[in-house]
Write a new protein. Structure first.
Length: 151
């Protein structure tokens, strides 16, 4: 994509979005988090991951669960499509904490994010029905919305 071009529309199956929303509701009062895998570039599976922060204000994925999902992803010929999480009482937009945690070490935003090219999908439970939006978090902590179509 060259500068000035609109990002291409990304299609996400309704069943996957419904799974993310259900997970968000079930994990109340805390934020929910997980991973979406893709096959041939198309999102195919949602994997719930334990939020070890157990907080309504932030998430931290369980490290061993992440490693097991990476192994299964590689064995199945899948790729990392998105990292998703919920916001309990705020809009579906990355918070400063979300941006800071997208980098390793956290907060070192003057480099590529930890998972370059990966979408960050946010579900907001502050509204009904819950809005779902996707973003890229780029070097410098720049947030770029990714248009999505739920089919």
């Amino acid at each position: 994509m060259s500068e000035g071009d609109a990002p291409e529309l990304v299609t996400i199956p309704r069943s996957l979005v419904d799974e993310m929303v259900a997970h968000a509701r079930e994990d109340l009062p805390n934020e929910a988090c997980g991973i979406v895998h893709a096959k041939d570039g198309a999102p195919v599976t949602v994997h719930r991951v334990t939020n070890v922060a157990a907080s309504p204000y932030r998430f931290e994925m369980h490290g061993m669960e992440q490693i097991r999902l990476e192994q299964a992803r590689d064995e199945n010929g899948e790729t990392l499509f998105a990292i998703y999480h919920s916001h309990v009482a705020s809009r579906a937009y990355p918070s400063q904490t979300d941006v800071r945690m997208a980098f390793f070490p956290p907060g070192e935003v003057d480099q590529e994010p930890a998972y370059p090219g990966t979408l960050y999908i946010l579900v907001s439970l502050a509204e009904e029905p819950p809005p779902v939006h996707a973003y890229h978090i780029l070097e410098g902590g720049v947030i770029e919305e990714q248009p999505i179509e739920i089919v």
